[in-house]
Design a protein around this ligand. Structure first.
Ligand code: IVH
Length: 699
């Protein structure tokens, strides 16, 4: 017996050690990838290590450190963000658009300090959301938004998912309390991907990366924030340190502590160097993978900063120079309309190609009928196109002096450009919709493209072009038709088509056909939550699909759910509930569902499966076993966690002790009657650690 316990102690120690090693290694790889941009292992290896750590932490939660890299994937849900008072007010900066104003700022600074010339640090002005990060003993303890400058929102759980923000700083001489400030932003690539996904889901688009960042940081589910690929730059050390005398030194210190600090920071001696920096970046900003909207100028010497002090709202030692938005005028050739998979119709302005801020602009979205009406576009108009801090061009107005006489206003179309059906517009909705869901081609294609997409059924052997062709050939008109496709139907198909202004040819040879059919067959194993997402029910995104799947556990149960039941699921509001109800009322959808189920797609949660945030099962160690968890385990939370572990590992929870019970997990002070009954029935009674041992046994 003694050796048994000895073994357990050894095992626990080595588990703790392993968790520590994995944690440290992941922190280091994370830093190399997200801050230095110099990874030394593949994404796959990184994911494997992270998964191993996740599994160990799940089995031995007592060894998880609060700054574990697993926190990056999020998971905690905040109902409403707590308001927190900033220790020192979080000020904004004075703005200017002209060199003249900047010279005036410099004169004010020099006069106040009694100097001829001052050193400034020039930095990029990141166009995102500012954040205060507080570290306690090196661990990220709190992340607070600027709010009104005096108090902001505590969004720590969301900020922990931003991978370039260190969760822990390992350094000697680190002050026990440290505050830094910086900007969270969304890089262009992530922004475009997010908007493309939202367009597909029929959700409103974010106007620019800054709004998308703000919207993401306000999400209640941090797991969803983790998907948004946010980034952050730190530009301000708000804690005094004896060895730091200048802002430039502060920036170097931040970099040493492994914060992501922009490399495009310059120490400028006098205004001529400042203007050189500004001119360089007014040009080069287009090459950056994120938006900046200007340059920030800061007096370098911290003693001088103190001397200069603050006005009520802004520091006197810093100023922002904002870039002017670039604007050109070009001819509006025509307005065309695109139909999305949900039937939403988007107007697009087709322009005479014009060069603007380094790219040739040919098209600009007009968003919806309201935007079009506000612009009051007429046939043959010359329009102003602008690119500000953001990368996406927009039409900001019309040059009325060039409007041709008697030109007619352009009004939003009344019928679908693809199928001719009369468009509808629901009250309080910005978009017009084509109601002909069953027959309208772009909608059919869009739905199938969504169905096969990576986060849905992940049939990557099919793509936009191939779907287009299969629909055009009349081989498929709904997702379920994919499962009826045969080798003979596909082999030899060839067609050229136009996509994004390029001529492309798809030809289906033996290998292509086999790949397609394999991919389709494999998709039958895709878990229920993703099947649900793949159906493309309006407003049901990836995360809500997961939550709904977990709640109802089968398509059948979901199809029969009432509105009230739907509303009990976290994240499901009125609009989504209505949309789900109406999906299950449409005959066409029911036919598709019937046929998908006949083809063997996953229409329910596999027992013991789908417990991790990504739908990966935690394991089946407790498959077929029934448990009661009773008594207290330190915190009320812990008991819930144990119960959750039972379910996650395939076990079943009972509420009372009976002969059906296999194990009783007993904490302190559990009811004597329950305990006596279990003993009488000869039911094994486990402590918390014995229970954890049982889970670990499956690994
Ligand atoms: S310094 C007291 N540096 O611009 C120090 N701010 O328009 C205040 N910003 O609220 C901030 N890049 O959100 C500073 N390199 C940079 C910045 C920067 C972007 C934002 C920040 C601030 C806003 C003022």
């Amino acid at each position: 017996m003694e050796t048994f316990f000895y073994k357990i102690v050894i095992q626990m120690e080595s588990v703790e050690q392993k968790i520590k090693e994995l944690t440290a290694a992941l922190h280091a790889h994370n830093y190399r990838y997200y801050v230095l941009d110099q990874p030394t292992i593949s994404d796959y290896e990184f994911d494997l290590m992270l998964k191993e750590l996740q599994e160990l932490e799940q089995a031995y939660p007592q060894f998880r450190s609060p700054d574990s890299p697993t926190q990056r994937v999020g998971g905690s849900v905040t109902k409403s963000f707590a308001h927190v008072r900033h220790e020192k007010p979080m000020l904004s900066l004075g703005n200017t658009y002209s060199e003249e104003d900047l010279r005036a700022f410099d004169r004010r600074v020099c006069t106040a300090l009694g100097l001829e010339q001052v050193d400034y640090v020039c930095e990029l002005k990141f166009d995102g959301i500012s954040i205060s990060l507080q570290y306690e003993n090196g661990v990220l303890a709190r992340a607070v938004t600027r709010g009104d400058g005096v108090q902001g929102d505590d969004i720590t759980a969301n900020v922990r998912t931003v991978r370039s923000i260190p969760l822990r700083i390992d350094a000697v001489g680190l002050p026990p309390r440290l505050e830094v400030r910086g900007e969270i932003l969304m890089p262009h690539q992530a922004f475009e991907r997010l908007n493309a996904e939202r367009a597909e889901a029929g959700e409103p688009l974010f106007a620019n990366p800054r709004n998308a960042t703000g919207g993401s940081l306000k999400l209640q589910d941090s797991a969803e924030v983790a998907q948004r690929s946010l980034d952050a730059f730190i530009y301000f050390l708000n804690t005094e340190l004896p060895q730091v005398h200048t802002h430039f030194e502060a920036v170097a210190q931040l970099r040493k502590w492994q914060f992501k600090v922009s490399e495009h920071t310059a120490l400028c001696h006098g205004m001529e160097e400042v203007f050189r920096f500004i001119r360089t970046w007014d040009e080069k900003r287009r090459e950056l993978p994120f938006d900046i909207d200007g340059i920030v100028l800061k007096v370098n010497d911290l003693q001088y900063q103190k001397q200069l002090g603050f006005t009520a709202k802004t520091p006197r030692w810093a100023i922002a120079y904002k870039f002017k938005a670039e604007r050109v005028c070009t001819l509006l050739k025509e307005v065309t309309y695109q139909v999305g998979r949900t039937g939403a119709v988007t107007p697009v302005a087709n322009l005479q190609p014009v060069s603007l801020a380094g790219t040739v602009v040919k098209r600009a979205t007009l968003h919806n009928a309201d935007v079009m009406r506000q612009l009051d576009l007429h046939q043959g108009d010359w329009v102003y196109v602008e690119k500000g801090g953001e990368i996406i061009p927009k039409i900001v107005g019309v040059d009325l002096s060039r409007r041709p006489a008697n030109s007619q206003p352009i009004s939003f179309i009344a019928s679908c450009p693809a199928c001719g059906a009369a468009l509808v517009r629901a009250e309080e909705e910005a978009a017009h919709y084509c109601p002909n869901h069953a027959l309208c081609k772009p909608q059919i294609k869009g739905r199938i493209e969504h169905f096969i997409s990576r986060k849905a059924m992940n049939i990557d052997s099919l793509g936009e072009g191939k779907v287009d062709m299969l629909v055009e050939q009349g081989l498929i008109s709904k997702a379920a038709d994919l499962y009826d496709l045969t080798y003979d139907q596909l082999i030899g198909l060839e067609k050229s088509y136009q996509m994004q202004d390029k001529e492309r040819v798809v030809s289906f040879r033996d290998k292509t056909v086999r790949n397609i059919l394999d991919g389709i067959a494999r998709s039958k194993e895709v878990p229920f939550e993703r099947v649900l997402f793949a159906l493309g029910i309006r407003y049901v995104g990836e995360t809500s699909a997961r939550k709904i799947a977990r709640h109802f556990r089968s398509m059948n149960a979901l199809a029969q759910a009432t509105k009230e039941e739907l509303l009990t699921v976290e994240d499901v509001g009125e609009v989504m509930a209505e949309s789900i109800l109406s999906y299950f009322q449409e005959d066409g959808n029911l036919q598709t569902l019937y046929s998908l189920s006949e083809h063997g797609l996953q229409f329910e949660i596999k027992e013991g499966g789908m417990s991790g945030p990504d739908g990966t099962g935690a394991g089946n160690a407790l498959q077929g076993l029934r448990f009661v968890v009773s008594g207290s385990f330190g915190t009320p939370q812990r008991r819930k966690e144990i119960e959750q572990m039972v379910v996650e590992h395939g076990g079943e929870l009972l509420t009372s002790v009976s002969s059906r019970l296999n194990y009783l997990v007993a904490g302190e002070n559990m009811g004597p009657a329950k305990l006596a009954k279990a003993q009488q029935l000869g039911i094994p009674i486990l402590t918390e650690s014995e229970f954890l041992q049982m889970l670990a046994a499956e690994k």
